[in-house]
Write a protein that binds this ligand. Structure first.
Ligand code: SF4
Length: 234
């Protein structure tokens, strides 16, 4: 597939057609963080999920919930040892506890979580990126899923699937390159973008897997130049 220049109608139409295919394949599975998730839980989850599987994050969130520590004030009242112990199932627990503390300090500087999330999206994103332990993917998850602002979240799954589908951002396969490709060619619609990222995650986990993509069951196969009937990695 030749990728048209960003901003062209055909690229937008292709991205929307792929979205509809992904929705038909995976929406029935459901997804976390949608539609009524608590913003602080979203933020904690987006930090804890770094370098680990979501199942481990769920265990850590359950421990935090049981300890009634899933509010900024309650979490801030924990000792370092207590917080580290509660988030231990998510791995790298000392670093992640430190990252949560850094986020809580950011909240404090802005007068609380609600005030922080009410910042203009670009300002919020910049504040998050300036916070220790928060990179572009985590920042955009928070802006999109906790602040409910239109930011397209990119991850390694996005790169894998859309590279296999023959797309290539004009500025290269970087985080910013992929984000620009989607943002410039899809309608600016937070709910669409939030669902699109969630569907990309589901497709990568269940069908377009890293080593053994299930191309035989993928309805994108007709448009995918790297499909494999053997199910082996392209
Ligand atoms: S056909 Fe295979 S490689 Fe292409 S998107 Fe589907 S699962 Fe991935």
């Amino acid at each position: 597939m030749t990728t048209p220049a960003p901003g062209t109608p055909s690229l937008g139409a292709d991205l929307l057609a792929i979205y509809r295919e992904l929705e038909a394949m995976h929406a029935w599975r459901g997804w976390h963080w949608w539609p009524d998730a608590d913003p602080f839980e979203v933020i904690v989850g987006s930090i804890l999920v770094q370098n680990t599987a979501w199942t481990n994050v769920e265990r850590a969130l359950e421990r935090l919930r049981a300890a009634e520590a899933l509010t900024p004030a309650a979490m801030a009242s924990l000792s370092d040892d207590q917080l580290e112990d509660l988030v231990r199932p998510s791995g790298q627990y000392r670093q992640k506890a430190r990252k949560l503390r850094a986020f809580l300090a950011l909240c404090d500087r802005h007068g609380g979580l609600d005030a922080l999330l009410a910042l203009p999206p670009d300002t919020l994103r910049a504040e998050l990126l300036a916070t220790w332990g928060i990179g572009p993917e985590t920042a955009d998850c928070i802006v999109c899923y906790a602040a409910c602002a239109p930011v397209f979240v990119v991850d390694a799954y996005t790169d894998r699937i859309f590279t296999r589908l023959g797309f290539e951002p004009a500025d290269g396969r970087t985080y910013a390159g992929w984000q620009q490709l989607f943002a410039a060619n899809l309608p600016t619609d937070r709910d669409l973008w939030a669902r699109y990222h969630a569907l990309v995650v589901l497709h990568a986990k269940h069908t377009c897997r890293k080593l053994r993509p299930a191309c035989d069951t993928c309805t994108l196969a007709a448009r995918c130049p790297t499909r494999r009937s053997s199910g082996r990695a392209p």
